[in-house]
Design a protein around this ligand. Structure first.
Ligand code: SF4
Length: 358
């Protein structure tokens, strides 16, 4: 395994600037919230639209998706659900690459989002020009990218993976003797490399949420709750992953929580997941893994600043105006569909996804 150069110069500063300029969301009274919820329910029906929300958006949006016949899940499942649902319009509550993935699988549908400014540091940290130039230097390598990338980066890839199927797909490629370029998340790449021993070149992107989990404070928490099980998303630093009883995707973390016999779970992922987690294990004590403490920065909070940009207010105005439409160039979409379908076929064959999923 070797490392790519650091992400292109200036890119980290650009990501930091974007995060610093994320607008705080407006406070709404309960009466105002209920008013928006009523109006959104009517608009969804009137516009033949369905809400598809990610686990990391705010609880009230997850609840509204569930109440209105929509869906809450991870990014791939969201896109799969949208492709199978009869609604003409998919309202994707999440970040931009999720809207693009839905559009790749459902080109005939209108895909709208509460805001098009909701980004992802992994997507931002892997711009197509720099990544493509990097790939061109290693023409004998198979290019594998995580779902958290732009449609253009997906179109440049041979395979797309998610945190649910990455180990199996990289293992499959290793068995074929392939050398691999991996992008963009360095921690997930390192974790998979440790698990599979594949020959991998790692792009050096990171998730601004998971990168902030802190080993020292996690160890202190584990001392306080010695019987707790620790569930960790693999976008977290290697030192935090090393402390985990279970490592997996959001969906897998929920399943592991259900299967666990422990009364207390310490969870290292965005705290938006706690909404579905508390439905799945209502009798367990759920504790967020620490991002604060002596070794933290003032930016630590375990909640994605871009996911938090999805609100009842902008969801409502998007539905009123049918604005914030996701547009994807058809030639690029066709190219991105190839590695996406490759992943889906592999996942169905291996039983990672079943026909009943989404
Ligand atoms: S939580 Fe991390 S990986 Fe997910 S959208 Fe936010 S920045 Fe991207």
């Amino acid at each position: 395994m070797s490392l790519a150069e650091a992400i292109p110069q200036g890119l980290q500063a650009k990501i930091d600037t974007i995060i610093d300029n994320v607008e705080p969301t407006a406070w709404l009274s309960e009466a105002e919230k209920n008013d928006y919820i009523d109006k959104i329910k009517k608009l969804l029906k009137a516009k033949n639209a369905v809400m598809i929300a990610h686990y990391y958006v705010d609880d009230e949006l997850q609840a509204l998706a569930e109440e209105t016949g929509g869906y809450v899940s991870d990014s791939l499942d969201m896109a799969n659900f949208g492709a199978k649902h009869p609604a003409e319009t998919l309202v994707v509550c999440g970040v931009r690459f999720m809207g693009e993935t839905a559009k790749i699988l459902s080109p005939e549908k209108t895909v709208i989002m509460p805001t098009l400014e909701a980004e992802c540091s992994l997507d931002l940290g892997c711009p197509i020009d720099a990544f493509s130039e990097f790939c061109d230097q290693y023409p004998d390598h198979t290019v594998v990218v995580y779902a958290n990338t732009s449609v253009e980066v997906k179109a440049r890839a041979d395979w797309i993976v998610t945190s649910s199927n990455a180990i199996q797909i990289i293992g499959h490629l290793k068995a074929q003797g392939k050398k691999i370029i991996w992008g963009p998340d360095r921690h997930l790449g390192q974790y998979i490399n440790n698990k599979t021993g594949a020959d991998m070149l790692l792009w050096q992107g990171h998730c601004v949420v998971h990168d902030e989990f802190k080993l020292h404070e996690l160890e202190q928490l584990m001392e306080k709750y010695p019987d707790a099980e620790v569930l960790v998303h693999p976008e977290s630093p290697e030192s935090v992953i090393a402390k985990a009883d279970f490592v997996g995707s959001t969906k897998q973390i929920i399943a592991a929580g259900k299967a666990s016999e422990a009364d207390t779970l310490i969870i290292a992922t965005d705290y938006g997941l706690f909404y579905k987690m508390s439905q799945a294990v209502p009798d367990k004590r759920l504790i967020p893994a620490p991002t604060g403490g002596k070794s933290a920065t003032c930016k630590s909070c375990a909640h994605c600043p871009w996911m938090a940009m999805n609100t009842l207010v902008n969801l409502h105005s998007t539905l009123v105006n049918m604005s914030n439409t996701i547009q994807v160039d058809e030639a690029v979409r066709q190219k991105a569909l190839i590695p996406l379908n490759r992943m889906l076929e592999f996942s169905y064959e291996q039983g990672i996804l079943t026909a009943g999923d989404a």
